[in-house]
Design a protein around this ligand. Structure first.
Ligand code: FPP
Length: 258
């Protein structure tokens, strides 16, 4: 992040970038370092990448920081990751405020350690009124869990007579997801050479462009990020239409989805 981008170049059509920051452990292993050192370097890289996203005037950035499945890792690694999250929030809340970035959390933050929840709460409160830029962090997040939580909340509204199942469509259902009010990602980046989505934003990435980089997250620098953006701009997004139709009139996400 930086105070104000010196020369915002903008990136038309690229409003939301979501990132699976993978490869911290392998980065560390390659150097004979403990895995946590990779995560530490990963956290510094978060700051760098947010800075570039800001320069490109990308309004929404979503980061996969901790999944529901990550609780299966060794206790020591989980505890170090939670410590790093707390450190990141403590160190960066002021900067988020200075840059007018709203922090958002998706997932089930209530299961996180109290220290992390406290820092999260402070950062969320301090940034809640900002509109222009959003940093969305997925914490204790899983897409399937998100769908279950949404179905539960929707069913509750049905049983209270607040909504009529006869009128269920995607725009309505998507309001029950953690990401309500946030547009779907235009671009999903995964680092480290893995080419899977790993239960991340499965509903929201229905029409996202994918970019898989072989580079481990701590090494994913400005050049790599700009390569991903460049690749995005080479794509033709068709949303189910033909290439000819798109040339005649650029498409946006289909309204069908019933
Ligand atoms: C994947 O690398 C990374 C994670 C599971 C954690 C990502 C978290 C951070 C970078 C820090 C916290 C984030 C924020 C927003 C401050 P891996 O451990 O799976 O690497 P490997 O596949 O090489 O083992």
């Amino acid at each position: 992040m930086q105070d104000s981008p010196s020369q915002p170049t903008g990136s038309p059509g690229l409003n939301h970038v979501a990132i699976i920051m993978d490869g911290n452990g392998r980065w560390a292993r390659q150097r004979g370092l403990p895995r946590i050192e990779g995560h530490r370097r990963g956290v510094s890289n978060v700051r760098e990448v947010l800075k570039i996203a800001r320069e490109l005037n990308i309004k929404y950035v979503t980061l996969f920081a901790f999944s529901v499945e990550n609780w299966q890792r060794p206790a020591e690694e989980i505890s170090s990751l939670m410590g790093l999250l707390e450190f990141f929030l403590e160190r960066n809340t002021r900067e988020l405020v200075k840059n007018k970035v709203r922090l958002r959390v998706i997932g089930r933050p209530d299961d996180l350690p109290e220290g992390v929840q406290k820092k999260l709460h402070q950062a969320l409160e301090a940034t809640k009124d900002f509109q222009d830029y959003v940093l969305q962090v997925a914490l204790n997040y899983g897409s399937r869990t998100e769908v279950l939580d949404a179905v539960r909340a929707y069913s509750e509204d049905v049983s209270q007579g607040k909504v009529d199942p006869a009128h269920l469509d995607w725009p309505l259902f998507s309001r029950y997801l953690y990401t309500a009010d946030i547009p779907d990602p235009d671009l999903l980046i995964r680092t480290s050479g893995e080419t899977r989505i790993s239960n991340f934003l499965l509903m929201q990435c229905a029409y996202s462009e994918m970019f898989f980089s072989p580079v481990f997250w701590p090494d994913f620098d400005r050049k790599h990020f700009l390569d991903a953006v460049e690749s995005f701009h080479q794509r033709q997004r068709r949303f189910g239409k033909t290439g000819e139709q798109i040339k005649a009139a650029p498409a946006s996400e289909p309204a069908i989805n019933r």
